[in-house]
Design a protein around this ligand. Structure first.
Ligand code: ACO
Length: 272
């Protein structure tokens, strides 16, 4: 397919849409143009029926080396209009479009992942890394804090000890360590990473899309609620799902298990 984007590639393959940061010569650092491209792409893909699962990764040796220190910071310092526009796009695609993407999202961390790039790792529903990937909260190494929303993300995702250790030392760590501290679900050798991402994507595509969307919203939103609020919210969320699900997945699932005895929900998905 022809690409309307300068800094990313969008590739569609049987329900799986790959969104690939494509500035390998700059280690996929996030320039203003990359933010504009991602903002447009995620807006369009959210409504795209061909996209059932989205996988976010990087071309070449990097997932992303974080914000582009030259183009995003230095070159916008005297251009408040571009700075504001870039910042708005940067925040919108990572804090809103990605976090609230209506289909499942997988971050596939193939290499370098620094600073601001943690935001999109934490914004995806699932994350897997290459054992050989190199992560780092490098902000402190050049004299700033993990800003944007990075400190919030690591405080949510990691233990307090690990968040503080890596934010304060700026020490890099590999994919195995990222899995151990639960920044990612797990890691595999780089040579197997793509196959592993495809395997997860295929598992997700067997599920009822409405149930998946409601599930990701539910799990993400209950984090900030107390016990009673979560009970009320989840009851309303289930009613919403049953009312909105045009495929009537719940009724199908009950009937296939209780009447046809054609599947066991404990071991896999209903037949669509
Ligand atoms: N911003 C701008 N340019 C970058 C960035 C970045 N974040 N990362 C890499 N580049 C550029 C380099 O300037 C270089 O450009 P050039 O060829 O025009 O000189 C090119 O990408 C390749 O970089 P190298 O350093 O030569 O590549 P190497 O593979 O040796 O190292 C690494 C890769 C470790 C990622 C290194 O480039 C690096 O430390 N980058 C900065 C990482 C960082 O701290 N990111 C910012 C986090 S803070 C935030 O996001 C708010």
């Amino acid at each position: 397919m022809s690409e309307p984007y300068q800094t990313i590639r969008v590739e569609k393959d049987n329900g799986i849409t790959w969104v690939i940061f494509n500035r390998p010569e700059k280690r996929n650092a996030m320039s203003p143009q990359l933010h504009f491209d991602m903002d447009d792409a995620l807006g369009a893909l959210a409504k795209d029926d061909e996209t059932k699962v989205l996988i976010l990764t990087g071309a070449g040796a990097a997932f992303s080396a974080g914000q582009d220190l030259k183009e995003y910071f230095r070159e916008t310092a005297n251009n408040p209009e571009l700075r504001e526009k870039s910042q708005a796009a940067s925040n919108r695609w990572r804090w809103h479009r990605l976090v609230h993407f209506p289909k499942p999202t997988i971050a596939m961390i193939n290499g370098y992942c620094f600073g601001g790039a943690f935001t999109q790792v934490c914004g995806c529903d699932i994350a897997i890394a290459a054992d050989e990937a190199s992560f780092g909260l490098s902000e402190v190494n050049w004299g700033v804090i993990p800003g944007g929303i990075v400190s919030w993300n690591i405080a949510e995702m990691l233990s307090h000890r690990d968040a503080m250790f890596y934010a304060m030392t700026g020490l890099p760590f590999d994919g195995r360590k990222a899995a151990e501290i639960k920044l990612v679900n797990y890691s595999v050798p780089l040579a197997q990473l793509r196959e592993e991402a495809l395997k997860i994507a295929k598992v997700l595509m067997e599920k009822n899309p409405a149930a998946l969307r409601a599930t990701k919203e539910a799990v993400r939103h209950v984090r900030g609620m107390n016990h009673d609020q979560a009970q009320q919210y989840l009851a309303a969320k289930l009613s919403e799902l049953v009312a909105k699900d045009k495929d009537k997945g719940m009724q199908k699932g009950l009937s296939q298990f209780l009447d046809d005895k054609s599947y066991r929900p404990g071991f896999g998905s209903l037949k669509n």
